[in-house]
Design a protein around this ligand. Structure first.
Ligand code: ZN
Length: 134
């Protein structure tokens, strides 16, 4: 998805992804603000979830033990970066290989900054480094 010469359907898709990112950001900010004790759920904020990405995000959040604050902060920064990339017209491009990220991947993870191949490489490197430290 390049910024120039977007078709109408691509523009719609980008708008949808931006909305998804905004909702995600609103929820993450609430979580960071210390709403652990409140009864608000992801569903209360975004309404009915219709797709599997939202569904899995909602269920991962319901397990607050596993969903650490550190992870919330990291995700929020990824979400903010993705919204910034949309504004600058360079959304959907892998930060490593500069190729377009698969649209199915963007729907599952609208904040994705790497394509699947680069993400796997990145995570392999990272877990390797952590393994050495231990
Ligand atoms: Zn890549």
């Amino acid at each position: 998805m390049s910024a120039k010469d977007l078709t109408d359907s691509q523009r719609m898709e980008l708008k949808k992804l931006a909305e998804q990112l905004n909702k995600k950001r609103a929820f993450l900010e609430l979580t960071i603000a210390g709403n652990e004790s409140s009864d608000l759920t992801y569903r209360d904020i975004v309404g009915e979830v219709h797709d599997t990405a939202d569904e899995s995000f909602a269920s991962s959040l319901s397990d607050t033990q596993a969903y650490s604050k550190c992870h919330v902060i990291n995700t929020l920064s990824d979400v903010n970066e993705a919204l910034q990339r949309i504004k600058e017209g360079r959304y959907g491009r892998c930060i490593d290989c500069k190729k377009d990220i698969d649209s199915s991947r963007l729907h599952a993870y609208p904040e994705a900054k790497r394509c699947l191949i680069c993400k796997e490489k990145y995570e392999a490197l990272r877990s390797h480094a952590i393994g050495h430290r231990l």
